[in-house]
Design a protein around this ligand. Structure first.
Ligand SMILES: *[C@@H]1O[C@H](CO)[C@@H](O)[C@H](O)[C@H]1NC(C)=O
Ligand SMILES: *[C@@H]1O[C@H](CO)[C@@H](O)[C@H](O)[C@H]1NC(C)=O
Length: 498
């Protein structure tokens, strides 16, 4: 039995300005802030919830749920999930307040200041989309979101093999297949630990003619870098232009020099699409004398199943659940060489990419505690993988597995929470049980931060616990009419504030 049962939030934007939540209440934590006590953000057109924009992939769903549950149940905010968006960049545009963030042709952005309904986005692959991020900062400086940095782990696309094959080869021969040199056929015959490529049902593969082996520029770079001109064919197209094609053996395969003469010595490398990372794999296989023969799965479904059914190496990325049950081990190469990669020379290791979290420009002002939580959120890759594995094994929802992870890892997420007595400018210490503002936190029990009411100003207090703010009455002869303010202004002559 999951520690919580189903909870659905139906959020209806009603008459454009009133948010109506209908909920069959049930929470992840027993001591959760009750639904009716949760705070809205206050905006120019009325109260509205915090929007957590979700990216449409498994690791993003579970990490978004982690943030969602903590915001609602521990910090006590009204939260709604928005999206999902198929790409990291959709999240950038959503947090920028663009009206149609997933529309590639027109994101509906404004250069004028806008109030966004999307405030938080996690699991973004910033480095893969650095140019879009820079464009948003240039074109919409007033609305551009903030990158609050790394989630505590890096993402990567790379080459993997199942842990049991790695172990079998190590136990029997001492071959180290998690390292590229372990595949050097001058020393090892790794094929004996993998399935033979004749065991694949070819109906589940793409023919060479439907793959990147037909992309002339990619194949020319391959041959240039490796000098393997026997691995390509040079043809003339109908217009008399020179084209370079990857050579095709047996209609479906390209064989590297290490096993070209004896394909039974090849190890299958499964990939998908029209050959994700194909040229990179070909370059590495040839440069390092590895017998890796790429096989391109016909469909996404074939790509996700073939490596589970046939002992092979395969293309994959982390964090992602697709092959977690194989306990995949990455094959490592010499260290990443950025300059070489930029020239198209992909013989070195792929680089790890920072996976980041972002907030809208206004979140810090609207909800400093929520901003603090996202800034502090740091988990390791193992934590994300734990949730994804749990989901694979149980088939439970992202919310279920996030809740279970939260219950088991209080030590990880407790430090992300703001100290409830650490007030920000504009706010002051408030004793909830007696409904009074107080001017010190010597006894922190029951203390939270509330916006300073009209007639008071938020004054900095430094004590043993660090910096916080308290609400002080405006001095005689000054006033503070609007609330949540950091200073009082002199009254006009003949005016006073009580
Ligand atoms: C593979 O091993 C042989 C034998 O030690 C060595 O001469 C060769 O340089 C190695 N190849 C690569 C690409 O490391
Ligand atoms: C979670 O998964 C377990 C095991 O598959 C199942 O028994 C349970 O009903 C699931 N819970 C929910 C809420 O789906």
């Amino acid at each position: 039995m999951a520690p919580w049962s189903l909870s659905w939030h139906f959020l209806l934007p009603f008459l454009g300005s009133v948010w109506v939540f209908a909920e069959a209440e049930s929470t992840c934590f027993a001591n959760a802030v009750a639904e009716g006590d949760r705070k809205f953000l206050s905006g120019p057109s009325g109260p509205y919830p915090i929007g957590v924009w979700v990216c449409d992939w498994p690791a993003a769903y579970v990490t978004s749920e982690v943030v969602h549950i903590l915001l609602e149940e521990i910090l006590g905010f009204r939260v709604v999930q928005t999206g999902p968006g198929p790409s990291t960049v959709d999240g950038f545009f959503a947090l920028t307040g663009c009206a149609t963030p997933t529309n590639i042709e027109d994101r509906g952005c404004s250069a004028e200041p806008v109030v966004t309904t999307n405030h938080i986005n996690v699991e973004g692959w910033t480095e893969s989309y650095a140019s879009t991020w820079a464009e948003i900062e240039r074109d919409y400086p007033q609305n551009a979101p903030r990158n609050l940095g790394n989630m505590g782990y890096f993402g990567k696309t790379s080459m993997y093999l199942p842990a049991n094959i790695r172990q079998a080869a190590y136990n029997a021969e001492g071959w180290i297949l998690e390292f590229y040199r372990g595949f050097n056929v001058s020393w090892t015959q790794p094929a004996k630990y993998f399935d033979h490529h004749s065991s694949i049902d070819k109906d589940r593969l793409k023919k060479c003619v439907d793959t990147r082996l037909m992309v002339s520029q990619a194949m020319e770079v391959y041959a240039d870098i490796t000098g393997d001109w026997h691995g390509v064919e040079i043809l003339t197209d109908d217009n008399g232009n020179r084209v370079v094609r990857g050579k095709c053996w047996d209609e479906y395969f390209w064989y590297p020099p290490a096993c070209r003469d004896e394909p039974s010595k090849c190890v299958i490398f499964f990939t998908g699409g029209s050959g994700w990372n194909l040229e990179e794999t070909m370059q590495k296989a040839t440069a390092w004398n590895m017998p890796l023969a790429p096989a391109i799965a016909k469909t996404w479904g074939d790509y996700t199943k073939l490596p589970l059914q046939i002992g092979s190496t395969f293309y994959w990325w982390v964090p992602d659940p697709t092959f977690l049950l194989l306990d995949p081990v990455e094959i490592t190469f010499p260290p990443f060489d950025r300059t070489a990669f930029l020239r198209g020379d992909k013989r070195t290791s792929p680089t790890a990419l920072s996976v980041d979290k972002y907030v809208s420009q206004d979140l810090q002002t609207l909800a400093p505690e929520a901003h603090h939580l996202v800034r502090g959120m740091v988990m390791d890759l193992e934590g994300v993988n734990d949730m994804l594995r749990d989901q694979l094994e149980t088939g439970n929802s992202s919310r279920d597995v996030a809740c279970r992870w939260l219950h088991g890892h209080e030590d990880v997420w407790k430090p992300w929470l703001p100290d409830p007595t650490k007030c920000f400018s504009g706010f002051g210490l408030y004793h909830q049980p007696s409904s009074n503002f107080v001017t010190n936190r010597r006894d922190p029990t029951g203390l939270i931060c509330n916006p300073c009411p009209s007639g008071t100003f938020s004054s900095k207090l430094a004590d043993d616990a660090g910096i916080t703010f308290v609400c002080e009455p405006c001095p005689a002869g000054t006033k503070q009419p609007s609330g949540a303010s950091v200073e009082c202004v002199p009254c006009k002559e003949g005016e006073y504030q009580v």
